[in-house]
Write a protein that binds this ligand. Structure first.
Ligand code: HEM
Length: 418
C-alpha cells in the first residue's frame, strides 16, 4: 500500500511528451527546478519514464486534478486487485499497512468524510490560533539552548524539535517522547521513497509495530482517565451515533505525527535557506503580521517541501489528450506547479512582496492539508522569532538536500550569527 505505483505498463507515448530524470540522481534532487523549467517550456503534461506514469507540472492542471472526482488516492473501493493488477499485500509489512489502512490520506468518501469531520475540529484556524503564545515560548527556549554556540545545524537544533513537540502536545503525548516519535516516524516515511529495499521495509514495519504498541498503552490510559487532548477527543467524539475504533484513532495519530512534522521541518529549513540566499533584509520580511504571512507563503511557494503526489484514475478517462485507463496513476507535481511561469511573474525569483502569490504546497480538494492552519502559524512564529533573535544569521556552508526527491528538504543547514 505504501507508495501508489503504476502497475499496467503504459505504451505508445509520443516521444515529444516523454521525459527522463532519475529521482535519486544528486544533480536532479539537488535542483529539480531545472527539469521543471524544461517541462514548462516544452510539455508540462508528460510521461515520466523513471516512474512509468503521466505527470502534470503546470499550476492549472495540478490545481484542477487535485479537485477532480475522477481521481482518487485509493482504488480498491472501485476495483479489485486482480482487475488493475495490483500485487497482494506483503506479509512482512503488515504492521505498516495496518497504520495506513485507516489513514485519511488513503481513504475516499464516504469513509474519508466521516473520519475527517471527526478530526477536523481540532485543526480549524480558530483553535490553532490559541497556540501562538506556546509556539513563541517554545521557539525562544530552543534558541536559548543553542545561542551560546558558534554555529549549529538549524535542522536538528531548531526546525525539527518545534513541530514535533507541538503535535505531540496536541495529541496528548508527553513532549519528552518527541525524539522517539521522530525516530519511528522517520523510519516509517522511508516507505515512500523511490526504490525501497527489503531491509527498509522490515525496519519501517518494526517502527510501525513499536509505534502502535506505544499508542495502544496510551489509549488504554486515556480510556480510564480522559484528558483535554486530541486523543481523548478522538476516542469520545461521535458522528451520527458512531465512534472511531482504536485502529482508526491509532492510524490518525500516526498520520498526524508523520505529516505534522516532516513537511513543517523541511519548510522551515528551505525557507530560511531561501531568505538567506536572497540577500533580502529579514527585518523587512517580518516587519508586520501581514508581511510575515506573505513571507511564509512565498517560502512555501518557492521551495515546497513535498514535490510529488499521485492519484489513481477511478475510471477510463482522458486529460489533456492523454487517454487514461482505470487504475492508471497520475503524478501531480506541487513543487513544479508553484514555479509555473504561466501563473507567476518571475516564477524562479524568491519575492515575498509579490502580488500574484499563491501555491499548491498544501494540496487542494478533499485531501487539502488538514494541518495547514497549524503549519502556517508554526512557520510564522518560528521564522519571525529566529530572525528577531539572531538578526545576523547567515549560511556557514552550502546546504544540501536529502536523497528523497519528493520530500524536498535539507540534510543539514549549518548557520552562524556572530
Ligand atoms: C508546511 C507544512 C505542511 C505541508 C506543506 C503539508 C502538505 C500536505 C499536502 C500536500 C497534503 C495533501 C496530499 C494529497 O493531496 O495527496 C497534506 C495532507 C495532510 N496533512 Fe499536511 N502538510 C503540512 C503540515 C501538516 C501538519 C502540521 C499536519 C497536522 C498536524 C498535517 C496533516 C495532514 C493530514 C492529516 C493530511 C491528510 C488530509 C486528508 O487526506 O484529508 N500536515 N498535507
Amino acid at each position: 500500500m505504501a507508495a501508489i505505483i503504476q502497475v499496467k505498463p503504459i505504451t505508445d507515448v509520443p516521444a515529444d511528451r516523454s521525459a527522463s530524470a532519475a529521482p535519486r540522481d544528486p544533480v536532479f534532487f539537488q535542483n529539480p527546478y531545472a527539469f521543471y523549467a524544461e517541462r514548462h517550456a516544452t510539455s508540462p503534461a508528460f510521461f515520466w519514464e523513471e516512474y512509468g506514469h503521466w505527470c502534470f507540472a503546470d499550476f492549472k492542471s495540478v490545481s484542477a486534478l487535485l479537485r477532480d472526482k475522477r481521481f482518487g488516492r485509493e482504488i480498491l473501493h472501485v476495483a479489485s486487485r486482480e482487475e488493475i493488477g495490483l500485487p497482494q499485500p506483503k506479509p512482512h509489512v503488515a504492521d505498516f499497512d495496518l497504520t495506513e489502512k485507516f489513514s485519511l490520506l488513503n481513504l475516499e468518501p464516504p469513509a474519508h468524510t466521516r473520519l475527517r469531520t471527526l478530526v477536523n475540529r481540532a485543526f480549524v484556524s480558530r483553535q490553532v490560533e490559541q497556540l501562538r503564545p506556546r509556539l513563541r515560548q517554545l521557539a525562544n527556549e530552543i534558541i536559548d539552548g543553542f545561542e551560546g554556540e558558534d554555529s549549529v545545524d538549524l535542522i536538528t537544533a531548531f526546525a525539527a524539535p518545534l513541530p514535533a513537540i507541538i503535535i505531540a502536545e496536541m495529541i496528548g503525548l508527553p513532549a519528552e517522547s518527541a525524539p522517539q516519535l521522530l525516530n519511528w516516524s522517520n523510519r516509517m516515511v522511508t516507505m515512500y521513497m523511490f526504490g525501497v529495499t527489503h531491509e527498509t521495509e522490515l525496519d519501517a514495519n518494526q517502527a510501525s509495530a513499536d509505534f502502535m504498541a506505544y499508542l495502544r498503552s496510551i489509549i488504554a490510559e486515556r480510556r480510564k482517565a480522559p484528558r483535554e487532548d486530541l486523543l481523548t477527543h478522538m476516542l469520545t467524539a461521535e458522528q451520527g451515533g458512531e465512534r472511531l475504533s482504536d485502529e482508526e484513532v491509532m492510524s490518525t495519530a500516526i498520520l498526524l505525527l508523520n505529516a505534522g512534522h516532516e513537511a513543517t521541518v523541511h519548510t522551515t529549513g528551505n525557507g530560511v535557506k531561501s531568505i538567506l540566499e536572497s540577500g533580502l533584509d529579514p527585518k523587512t520580511l517580518f516587519s508586520t503580521p501581514e508581511q510575515t504571512e506573505a513571507t511564509v507563503e512565498e517560502c512555501l511557494r518557492f521551495d515546497a517541501p513535498l514535490h510529488l503526489f499521485t492519484r489513481y484514475a477511478l475510471m477510463d478517462t482522458e486529460v489533456d489528450g492523454i487517454a487514461l485507463r482505470k487504475g492508471d496513476v497520475v503524478g501531480l507535481m506541487l513543487g513544479a506547479a508553484n514555479r509555473d511561469p504561466s501563473r507567476f511573474a518571475n516564477a524562479d525569483r524568491f519575492d515575498p512582496f509579490r502580488t500574484d502569490g499563491a501555491n499548491v504546497s498544501f494540496g487542494a480538494g478533499i485531501h487539502f492539508c488538514i494541518g495547514a492552519p497549524l503549519a502556517r502559524i508554526e512557520l510564522q512564529e518560528a521564522m519571525s522569532m529566529l530572525f528577531e533573535r539572531l538578526p545576523k544569521l547567515r549560511l556557514a556552508e552550502t546546504p544540501r538536500y536529502n536523497d528523497v526527491y519528493h520530500f524536498h528538504g535539507l540534510e543539514t543547514l549549518k548557520v552562524r550569527w556572530d
